[in-house]
Design a protein. Structure first.
Length: 406
């Protein structure tokens, strides 16, 4: 969701808004076209693998503290130093390989589904509400990236939030078929329960890997809905504030707004960290329930209902038991969202927005000559025959093909 900026003081989306109202936002979130969804999914997979590998030690401390009853009264730093002292740095990276592989797969499915559902909702609203001519005018004459961008930015906060909630929930439900088994294996490795992974396969088969599936959905779906809504709105708000600052009338014209193609990294990091911390703090009780299910050592515990397990935790540990590890989770989620969203935006910009530009630049005219000279488009000052016989080279992904033009 890079942003498209225009040099005009306001954007008037009259082609899309029946009331002819002006649009105060000049930062427009980019909706990925349907045909480019696989590229967005690849960007999500790369971002998920990177952020999970980088933040795995923090996630290990959180999982150990929530799973071991005798550690629940200890602080996060105490658990961290005890793991280092007892088992060395390798203890912080238990289960890192399945975490990275599972995160790459589930994140690709997650972001691919999210972008698909959001684009389908917006394009359906466009086709139902507006004529083809209005849609064409919105994208060609208003300085916006696509008609879907124009529609999204002109919606109210509630309408935008509902679109992002539906898309985020859909992505979570679909990706959880990969995410839940990955989490079960990862958390058992993190907490030193490697033998229970074999026992699960021996007695429960694949069904055992989906212990806590309901708790995972109960945690992830609300968390994702809050996370994406807050992230998108914080991103628009920060971009709007920066635009207002850059257009301040007393600033020299040379320092005023110039056309940009993407958000600065500091805005993406800020929006991601705020959204991640707030959404994770609110949904911490669901994370505690999911962790207890995922690290259960008996079928009796795993077969409990969510209400039964929550009641048991409150009775044994008090209300604070449902918020065990909230500080670690908030810090981890803030870092995770900040790095994850920023990495995803960069990867998406590279794979979606700039890929077409790169492909068009690779298809360059060149004088007949070597591959290296043809790639650079260098004119070869050779004989008159060579200069009169022009070749056009198309640089593909696997081989080079020359077409001679007399």
């Amino acid at each position: 969701m890079n942003a498209i900026y225009t040099n005009s003081s306001t954007l008037i989306a009259a082609s899309l808004v029946p009331s002819e109202r002006e649009v105060s936002f000049r930062t427009v979130p980019t909706v990925v076209p349907i045909r480019k969804i696989p590229r967005a999914a690849l960007a999500g997979g790369l971002a998920g693998a990177l952020v999970n590998g980088a933040l795995h030690p923090i996630d290990t401390v959180k999982s150990v503290r929530q799973a071991d009853s005798w550690r629940r009264s200890q602080s996060t730093w105490t658990v961290f130093w005890q793991l280092l002292r007892d088992s060395g740095p390798s203890a912080l990276y238990r289960g890192v390989l399945p975490a990275i592989l599972g995160a790459a797969t589930s994140s690709a499915i997650y972001f691919g589904t999210y972008e698909s559902v959001r684009a389908l909702i917006l394009w359906h609203q466009l086709r139902v509400s507006f004529s083809p001519k209005q849609i064409e005018n919105a994208s060609s004459r208003r300085g916006l990236a696509t008609s879907a961008d124009a529609l999204l930015v002109t919606r109210s906060f509630g309408q935008r939030g509902l679109i992002h909630m539906i898309a985020a929930a859909s992505g979570n439900v679909v990706s959880s078929f990969i995410f839940v088994p990955k989490e079960v294996i990862k958390q058992r490795l993190q907490t030193g329960r490697e033998h229970t992974v074999r026992e699960v396969f021996a007695h429960q088969h694949l069904r055992g890997l989906y212990w806590g599936y309901r708790a995972t959905l109960l945690r992830n779906v609300p968390n994702a809905m809050l996370n994406f809504v807050l992230y998108e709105e914080f991103k628009l708000l920060l971009g709007h504030l920066r635009e207002a600052t850059l257009q301040y009338p007393y600033r020299p014209r040379s320092q005023q707004h110039t056309e940009r193609k993407s958000f600065p990294a500091v805005e993406l990091l800020t929006a991601g960290s705020l959204a991640g911390a707030l959404s994770s703090a609110i949904t911490t009780p669901f994370d505690v329930l999911k962790t207890r299910f995922g690290t259960a050592t008996s079928a009796r515990v795993a077969s409990r209902s969510l209400v039964s397990l929550a009641t048991h935790i409150i009775r044994e540990e008090g209300l604070g038991g449902l918020f065990r590890g909230v500080g670690t989770r908030a810090v981890w989620a803030a870092l995770f969202s900040a790095i994850g969203f920023t990495t995803y935006e960069w990867c998406k910009a590279l794979l979606v927005s700039r890929a077409d530009l790169l492909e068009s630049r690779l298809r360059v005219p060149a004088w007949r000559g070597s591959i290296r000279q043809a790639r650079a488009g260098v004119e070869l000052s050779t004989s008159r025959r060579a200069r009169n016989r022009v070749g056009r080279v198309y640089l593909g992904s696997s081989r080079y093909r020359f077409e001679s033009v007399e």
